[in-house]
Design a protein around this ligand. Structure first.
Ligand SMILES: Cc1cc2nc3c(=O)[nH]c(=O)nc-3n(C[C@H](O)[C@H](O)[C@H](O)COP(=O)(O)OP(=O)(O)OC[C@H]3O[C@@H](n4cnc5c(N)ncnc54)[C@H](O)[C@@H]3O)c2cc1C
Length: 360
């Protein structure tokens, strides 16, 4: 039987393990930490924004939509198999705007998405005020098909289901060197640490300039308790300066708010930015002034430098090693389609999905 070793158990490694657990392959996952989802995935808000993503067309959009389309069934399957609670918001995402051209842009995006099979509804200020009277907005785009999932609960369920299906997991086992792994196939899903694991394999390649494949882009977020906000949908806000915010309802008047986007290399995330997030939210909805901050945290998103996101496919000159990483701001959203493409590559050498192979 073909043996496959997956390195790293974040959203991508766990989703792949689960997907491969349904095949004849003999799968093992090696994870540096004592438990799953301790990297970028632990910081993520789990917003699955594909239909209302402002980018209208292109390969990435197709992949995002394909990935989103897999989620409802995936969550039902996992819940049925593991009986675990996975917080999964099916109420859609409400995108709020204040820019004068938001309605025109939203209506044209709606036309495109309609042809792709996704419904978007423009709501003007009066319609929004019916349910969201506390919010200061000019209008909004409701995307009933977009979702949100609790990333850690998702990964825990994936690990449990994959284990039941025969996948072996090794915890507390950091891989130092891929050459020490004896397996027919190796798949590197170790997020930002893939830089260090892959650089020895790439350094003799004429097109490898010796720079990292990915850079960390820090993000900070908060857990808030806000009585009387009464949000059922995820709310996505686009600020006038182009930055954006997500508010994710968790139940019991608790919400995630995030996330900052911090590019400065080798610098700790800026503490002041946490207050800035809250100030921005208050500017849209004064009820946030009554928020109690229960928790704050930070994580690093794996952002490709020379490649487009995500980095997928066979490692040049090493046909038994594949990589699936570099998902930047959308790793939770993109996990199902990434797992599908990687499985296709393992089983057939190619995939019908519109993926872009990893090149240097
Ligand atoms: C603040 C914030 C908010 C975000 N919000 C969203 C969101 O709303 N929606 C969304 O889709 N995405 C979001 N993201 C992005 C998302 O978190 C990432 O794209 C995704 O988690 C990447 O998953 P991964 O499995 O590739 O990496 P990781 O989660 O980093 O997992 C990599 C794993 O590999 C392990 N590992 C590393 N090195 C080794 C080694 N040598 N040997 C063995 N194991 C190793 C690590 O311990 C880790 O468990 C957010 C990110 C941040 C920081």
């Amino acid at each position: 039987m073909t043996t496959v070793t997956i390195i790293g158990c974040g959203a991508i490694g766990a989703m792949l393990a689960y997907e491969l657990s349904k095949t004849e392959l003999d799968v093992m996952v090696i994870e540096a930490s004592a438990k799953p989802a301790m990297g970028a995935t632990s910081a993520a808000l789990g917003v699955l924004m594909a239909a209302s993503s402002s980018r209208a067309r292109g390969v990435l959009v197709k992949l995002r939509l394909a990935s989103l389309s897999k989620y409802d069934r995936l969550i039902s399957e996992l819940t049925a198999q593991t009986h675990r609670d996975i917080l999964y918001n099916r109420n859609g995402i409400l995108n709020l705007y204040r820019s004068p051209d938001a309605e025109t842009k939203s209506r044209s995006l709606s036309e495109i998405r309609k042809r792709q099979g996704f419904d978007l509804q423009w709501l003007d200020r009066e319609q929004i005020a019916q349910d969201f009277s506390q919010w200061k907005t000019d209008g909004g785009l409701l995307s009933p098909c977009d979702r949100a999932v609790h990333p850690t609960q998702l990964v825990n369920a994936l690990v449990e289901a994959a284990t039941q299906n025969g996948v072996k997991f090794l915890w507390n086992t950091p891989v130092e060197n891929l050459e020490n792994i004896s397996s027919d196939r190796i798949i590197v899903t170790s997020g930002l640490s893939s830089n260090a694991l892959l650089s020895p394999l790439l350094k003799n390649h004429s097109k490898y300039a010796g720079q990292d494949l990915m850079q960390p882009v820090a993000g900070q977020a908060l857990l808030l308790h806000i009585p009387n906000l009464n949000l059922k949908n995820v709310v996505h806000i686009e600020n006038e300066d182009g930055s954006d915010l997500n508010i994710v309802p968790l139940g019991g008047d608790r919400y995630w708010l995030g996330a900052t986007l911090e590019f400065e290399p080798n610098k700790l995330p800026n503490e002041a930015n946490v207050s800035l997030l809250l100030e921005q939210a208050i500017a849209w909805c004064p009820t946030f002034a009554h928020a109690e901050v229960l928790e704050t945290w930070a994580g690093d998103r794996p952002r490709p430098l020379a490649n487009q996101s995500p980095i997928l496919g066979f490692v040049p000159d090493h046909p038994h090693i594949l990589v699936a990483t570099g998902h930047y701001r959308n790793g939770v959203l993109m996990a199902p389609v990434t797992a599908q493409i990687t499985k296709d590559l393992l089983l057939t050498g190619t995939s019908d999905l519109p993926w872009r192979p990893f090149t240097l």
